[in-house]
Design a protein around this ligand. Structure first.
Ligand SMILES: Nc1nc(=O)c2c([nH]1)NC[C@@H]1CN(c3ccc(C(=O)N[C@@H](CCC(=O)O)C(=O)O)cc3)C=[N+]21
Length: 297
């Protein structure tokens, strides 16, 4: 038996086709959605991610506003760039690409973002609304990876109400907000949020009907940790040098043998990554729709 594929590439393509129609409808009403990205420094992985985001935007008719600062930019430079993105009417939503260079206060940067333009859903106001349970079409954005995971499961018919979801990792962009989202009314999962100080990960993971691994430890999750038939989502990415080719290879948190036990498995690449990007574009389009709704008629 081999797990069925949670195909993020195909699902993201379907979401982008739906978004294109919403973008066309906005353009008719005179609103052009635009995604801004603020990237500090020259980390090649971050550059590749940002380029991918702008590629997605061009596919759906969303404009791109790209701001790149050198690695030696000061915190004041970053704050000033954020203020300009807040003020730029062409930018309906934007992200500050993380991580910021060593020593820079990422939380201060996130707090400076206009919450109505927060395409990552990581501003404290929007994280607070996630806790309060305020969201929906015309209210506030959800963090992209958690929303992408829920959407990926939903569109493959994997039900969450009453299920036990084990999340590995408590990071700001995935684990922490995913736990909050999954336990909300309407999604109704029971969540175990495990992390590097959890004593016996294998025992925790064995309880999961759904397992989400977002820790960045290559092939951490073993086949004998998985309840047969469980849905397994591989979020982590680590660049590992392949000993045969000598080249860096993207390696997920899930051991490949898990495919023999799981009922569903998200490939990596091609799973959660493309969903994160599609939900980012969705947040930008939704921000533009909120602008339209707020416009005096
Ligand atoms: N403010 C902020 N928001 C983010 O959403 C954010 C961030 N900072 N910093 C870095 C992480 C990482 N991240 C990825 C998104 C998509 C893929 C993705 O689509 N990956 C492809 C493979 C790409 C490749 O081959 O290099 C895939 O999974 O198929 C990867 C990584 C968003 N992040």
């Amino acid at each position: 038996m081999s797990a069925a594929r949670l195909d993020g590439t195909a699902t993201a393509a379907a979401i982008k086709a739906e978004l294109r129609e919403r973008v066309d409808a906005l353009r008719i009403r005179g609103i052009v959605p635009g995604l801004g990205t603020l990237l500090v420094g020259d980390d090649p992985a971050s550059h590749a991610y940002v380029a991918g985001k702008h590629r997605d935007c061009s596919e759906v008719g969303v404009e791109s506003i790209r701001v790149d600062l050198p690695g030696d930019a000061s915190e004041a430079d970053v704050m000033a760039a954020i203020d300009r993105l807040n003020a730029d009417p062409a930018v309906t939503g934007y992200i500050v690409q993380l991580p910021l260079p060593q020593g820079m206060d990422a939380n201060a940067a996130l707090e400076r973002i206009d919450p109505s333009k927060d395409a990552d859903g990581l501003h404290p106001t929007n994280l607070g609304r996630l806790v309060l349970g305020v969201d929906g079409e015309l209210t506030s954005p959800l963090p992209c990876t958690p929303a992408g995971i829920v959407e990926l499961l939903h569109r493959h018919g994997v039900e969450l109400p009453g299920k036990h979801v084990v999340v590995l990792g408590r990071g700001l962009t995935v684990g922490r907000p995913l736990g909050l989202l999954l336990t909300r009314k309407g999604i109704d999962a029971t969540v175990t949020l495990a992390h590097s100080r959890t004593p016996d990960l294998a025992t925790e993971v064995r309880r999961g009907d759904v397992v989400v691994a977002a820790v960045g430890v290559p092939h951490l999750v073993q086949a004998d940790w998985i309840k047969p038939g469980a849905a397994v989502l591989d979020v982590g990415v680590t660049r590992v040098i392949d000993h045969e080719t000598g080249k860096a290879k993207l390696t997920g948190d899930i051991d490949p043998a898990v495919a023999e036990v799981a009922g569903w498995l998200s490939p990596n690449p091609g799973g959660v990554g493309p969903m994160t990007r599609a939900l980012l574009v969705a947040n930008v389009v939704q921000a533009a729709e909120r602008q339209l709704a707020a416009r005096p008629s």
